[in-house]
Design a protein. Sequence first.
Length: 444
Amino acid sequence: MREGDWPDAIRKLYRQRWRIWIVACLAHAVGLFHRAAMAPMADRLMADFDLSAMAFGSLGAVYFYVYAAMQLPSGTFADTVGPRKTITAGLLLSATGSLVMSMAPSFGIIYLGRLMVSFGVSVVWLSAIKLVMGWFRTQELATMFGFSASLVSLGQIAAATPLALLIISVGWRMSLVTIAQVTFGITVASWFIIRNSPAQVGLPLIEELSGQNSLRVGKARDSSGLSLAQRFKIVLSNKNVWALFLQGFGTYGAYSTLFHNWGVVYVMQIYSVPRDFAANFVLVATIGLIAGAPVAGFLSDRIFRKRRLPLIVFTGISLASFLLLTLWNGGRPPLEALYPLCFFVGFGTGAIAIKFASIKDVVQPSVQGIASGLVNMGGFASAAVAQPVFGYILDQGWVGDMMEGARVYPLQAFQHGLWLCCALIMLGLLGALLVKETHRHGSL
């Protein structure tokens, strides 16, 4: 393309990338909905299928087991098959899984449906990351990942108070039918709108338009012939990738364990409040994440011009909030104090925007999908283990109380579970401390 044609190319690229970004984010919002959807229906599923806390924890955790296991394959799909086909196929499987769950006559069938949903949504986020890296400039990445985390969190918001109200109105089965219909609509939009890169629609690479083509584009060409084994070797030998893995393992694992699985039950049983009111605190944590992610990204890109420092600060905010939640009044802070505590746990978890932006700084373009998969695996591997362990801790502390067919757990049991979350975030802070500053505007 001649340099004189670039203004028109830039306008076309900018128009198209926002449509692609919105659809990709909505696709991942479906995944966040399912990630958090078990919490508002926890007691109903436990009663309908006669489940213990550990058994229900395994139903919530299967999402995270599958998600964690699929991150490296998912990153490979993003690098090879491409985001468009990967996202479309994943959403189609997820919609089918939602319908299977809605019709499940037994725990085994609902578990199967949950598996299908988990496999489907597990491939979406890394393809969305690949799209952002391909359609936005390096100095925009942390900010865009922050906005992405905010937009996709609409799925988790829908799985909090709105889902609780929907369950009260039509039951958990019809609620899952509704999300299956929404998912299918986004599937169709993904196929017709998403394009893997500017080159696929005859536009130059974003690095070329922004004058950054010397190093990164060269790397993309030089490494295009790498075998899969060579790609994995490059990623697995990178210490910065493992530090980012540990940061996500701690912070997102703790956040997911409480707010995607046990948060609503905790508030309902400890504070004796109805389901829709208890779900508000999951909503508040989600709003915190929505606010925290773009703030973290903006600070990293524009103010600090670094990755490591804001990553440490935001992880520390999350740890301090969890410690207050656990220690204050034996794990039962005043009800009004729960609002800021839940908000700041989510706000600190917004460090995910910096974590994913750091990936482009530490690995070459041809392995960014695989590297993103390894980093993303951390939080889900942690949640996959911690959610049933949290349930096991509750079962160990159960004294036999029941209400409407579901077990009721004492405060001490929940406090022991919250200590598990604190221990995880301490590991996340260690990971943040181990990250080496690599952002081009930063210094060691």
